[in-house]
Design a protein around this ligand. Structure first.
Ligand SMILES: Nc1ncnc2c1ncn2[C@@H]1O[C@H](COP(=O)(O)OP(=O)(O)OP(=O)(O)O)[C@@H](O)[C@H]1O
Ligand SMILES: [Mg+2]
Length: 234
C-alpha cells in the first residue's frame, strides 16, 4: 500500500533521514519506534507531504506521491493525525469533527461519520458541545484521531497518540487503534510507548539518528536484545 525507497531528507543543510526503506501493506498496523529526535515525525511529514524529500521515492497505492501536495494525498486516503493534537480550541467538539470532512469526497458521508466516531468515542458524544480547547489532554487526543477518521482514510498516520496520557487513556487509545484497524483502516504509528505499540503491531521499524537499524514483526522486536536494552529498560 505504501512503499518508501531510499528516502533522504534535510532541514536546510542538516540531513535527518538517511536512505529510509519502509513498507506498509494493506490491513497492517506498522510502528516506527525511536528515541527523541531520531526522525519519526519527519518521516511521517515526508509521507503526508508536509515537507518534500531531497531524494528517494514514496509510492501510495501504486502511485508516486513525491510531487503531490498534502491535500491531494488526503483526497487519496492518506491522512495524518499530527503530534500534539492541534485541534481547533475555539470550536466545539462537533464543529471540530465536521471540519475533518473538508475534502469533497468526505462530505456525503459526513453525518454518518459523526455517528461512527461517536460510537467509537462515547466521551466525544457526551461532550459534543464543549469547546475543543477546554477538553482534557486525553480527550483532545481522541478528538484529533476522530477528526482524522472523518476523511475516510485508507491509511492513517498517527504521531505519538499516547503521548502525555495517563495509563487508563493509553490503554483506551491502543484499543481504539486496534478497533480502527479492524474496521479496515491500515495504520502507520509512531510511538514512544514501545511495549504497547509493538504488542499491537504486525511489523515495526527501529529508527536511530535518521536510519532504520532494525525491522521485524512486533513480537520479534519485543524479544530483540537491542530493543529490550534501548527501549524497554530490560
Ligand atoms: N523544522 C525543523 N527545522 C530544523 N530541524 C528540525 C525541524 N524539525 C525537526 N528538526 C530536527 O530533525 C531531527 C528529527 O526530528 P523529528 O521531529 O523528526 O524527531 P522525532 O523522532 O519525531 O522526535 P520526538 O520523539 O522528540 O518527537 C531532530 O534533530 C530535530 O531537531
Ligand atoms: Mg516526533
Amino acid at each position: 500500500m505504501l512503499t518508501i525507497n531510499k528516502l533522504n531528507f534535510s532541514y536546510g543543510d542538516m540531513q535527518v533521514l538517511w536512505n529510509i526503506d519502509l513498507a506498509v501493506h494493506e490491513g497492517e498496523i506498522v510502528t516506527v519506534v525511536g528515541a527523541n529526535g531520531s526522525g519519526k515525525s519527519t518521516t511521517l511529514k515526508n509521507i503526508s507531504r508536509l515537507v518534500a524529500p531531497q531524494s528517494g521515492n514514496i509510492d501510495f497505492q501504486g502511485e508516486n506521491i513525491n510531487s503531490l501536495e498534502s491535500h491531494q494525498v488526503v483526497e487519496r486516503g492518506l491522512v495524518q493525525v499530527p503530534e500534539g493534537r492541534k485541534i481547533f480550541p475555539e470550536m466545539t467538539v462537533l464543529e471540530n469533527l465536521r471540519m475533518g470532512s473538508f475534502i469533497k469526497s468526505a462530505r456525503p458521508t459526513r453525518e454518518a461519520n459523526v455517528e461512527r466516531v461517536f460510537t467509537m468515542f462515547p466521551r466525544l458524544k457526551e461532550r459534543q458541545k464543549q469547546l475543543g480547547g477546554t477538553m482534557s489532554g486525553g480527550e483532545q487526543q481522541m478528538l484529533a484521531i476522530a477528526r482524522g477518521l472523518m476523511t475516510n482514510p485508507k491509511l492513517l498516520l498517527l504521531d505519538e497518540p499516547s503521548l502525555g496520557l495517563s495509563p487508563l487513556f493509553v490503554k483506551i487509545i491502543f484499543e481504539i487503534i486496534q478497533e480502527i484497524n479492524k474496521q479496515g483502516v491500515t495504520i502507520l504509528l509512531v510511538e514512544q510507548n514501545v511495549f504497547q505499540s509493538l504488542k499491537i503491531s504486525d511489523r515495526a521499524y527501529v529508527l536511530e539518528t535518521g536510519r532504520i537499524v532494525l525491522s521485524g514483526t512486533g513480537s520479534e522486536l519485543l524479544s530483540n536484545d537491542h530493543v529490550k536494552k534501548a527501549f524497554l529498560g530490560m
